[in-house]
Design a protein around this ligand. Structure first.
Ligand code: NAD
Length: 357
């Protein structure tokens, strides 16, 4: 029995997860889906955004299908009890160090991008971002007083960029393996001309590449990568990079598509257990109105099948059904354009189910 934890969360989370769970059950009826509260919904029920029962369910499942968490009404809570802490808690407890974010622009939605359609139409890239290390977590960090020199007496903020080679090696393996399943091109992004951490990053990536001779490896400085992503994004297949560079580049890549309601994501640990969620938030402004686009969450379910369960055929069935529904001209409000047919969240789910055949 393969168990999947379904954590709908807040805002539009329950609506979009319900559609993704229907689609997942339709392509893989053998999976057992078990639901639990998370985020603000869990705080309301149990006084904590990640109750022990929810964490235990997640840890004992092959993968987690996650909606979204957060609502303005929880903004007054102390930080440790805010809904967003649930994601951080899951990442930490489960060692989810690899973040996979595809940026796909379906040709039918090319007009949604702020770039010229010919630059982005058909875009399909995957950003693999290291998620648990780098300057975001490195010690020491803090604010101190400068003791000497021209700034003596000033307050000075400092952080530490750190990567151990094991951390680099394991994210590299995830990226090379993802590239093997795609167009076999991997671009490693760093700042090796300036940073020692990046030089080690590059050295270790080159070592790991020896185990993947079928993947074509290139290296790019992060400033150049930021430019190339808007100049010729279709040149990329898979990008692997550290936490801070990946944070920025994955948002840049998401914006190339212009449709946040379409973008799935995955966070994996060493045993391929993963958390799968849309890249957008809980959209409290449209919650409960059957307006939210469920496709990012449905595509997250496809990633779940591919990366945690190794079920490529079922993953592709879902992705092809989503493409077919767009081809039919069905659109939720966020991706609507002239000449298309407006549908709600549940109708979009129905259409994907029908397109599965
Ligand atoms: P958001 O992504 O929730 O919404 C931004 C805008 O995009 C809104 O206008 C929203 O209506 C629209 N939108 C988002 N997803 C959509 C969808 N599937 N279909 C149609 N429209 C969609 O970002 P925000 O408004 O900055 O944040 C709202 C809440 O979400 C906050 O509490 C924030 O902390 C939380 N948040 C959670 C996550 C997460 O759970 N991983 C990520 C980001 C933000």
């Amino acid at each position: 029995m393969t168990q999947i934890a379904v954590l709908p969360g807040d805002g539009i989370g329950p609506e979009i997860t319900a559609q993704a769970a229907r689609v997942l059950s339709a392509v893989a009826p053998d999976l057992t889906l078990v639901e639990a509260p998370v985020g603000g919904a869990a705080y309301d029920l149990h006084g904590h955004p990640l109750p022990p029962e929810t964490l235990a369910l997640a840890q004992n499942s092959a993968a987690i299908l996650f909606g979204a968490v957060g609502d303005w009404k929880y903004d007054q809570l102390e930080r440790a009890l805010r809904p967003e802490q649930a994601i951080l808690g899951l990442r930490k407890a489960m060692g989810l160090f690899a973040n996979l974010r595809p940026a796909i622009l379906y040709p039918q939605l090319a007009e949604a991008s702020s770039l010229k359609p010919e630059v982005v139409s058909g875009l399909d890239i995957l950003i693999v971002r290291e998620l648990t290390g780098d300057i975001y977590f490195g010690q020491p960090r803090g604010v101190r007083t400068v003791e000497e020199g021209p700034f003596a007496g000033d307050r000075q903020g400092f952080d530490t960029m750190l990567y151990a080679e094991t951390e680099i090696r394991r994210i590299a393996r995830i990226a090379f393996e993802a590239a093997q399943k795609r167009n076999k091109k991997l671009c490693s992004v760093d700042k090796a001309n300036v940073l020692e951490t990046s030089q080690l990053w590059r050295d270790v990536i080159i070592e790991v590449a020896k185990d993947y001779p079928d993947v074509e490896l290139s290296h790019m400085y992060v400033d150049n990568a930021a430019m190339q992503l808007v100049r010729a994004p279709k040149e990329f297949d898979v990008i692997v990079t550290g936490n801070i560079f990946g944070d920025i580049l994955s948002d840049e890549a998401a914006m190339l598509t212009g449709s946040i309601g379409m973008l799935p994501s995955a966070s994996l640990n060493e045993s391929n257990q993963g958390l799968y969620e849309p890249s957008h938030g809980s959209a409290p402004d449209i919650a409960g109105q059957n307006k939210a686009n469920p496709l990012a969450t449905i595509l997250s379910a496809a990633m779940l099948l591919r990366y945690s369960l190794g079920r490529e055929n079922e993953a592709q069935r879902i992705e092809q059904a989503v493409a077919a529904v767009l081809e039919q001209g069905l659109r939720t409000a966020d991706i609507q354009s002239e000449g298309t047919q407006l549908v709600g969240t549940s109708e979009m789910g129905d259409a994907v189910l029908r397109a599965l055949g």
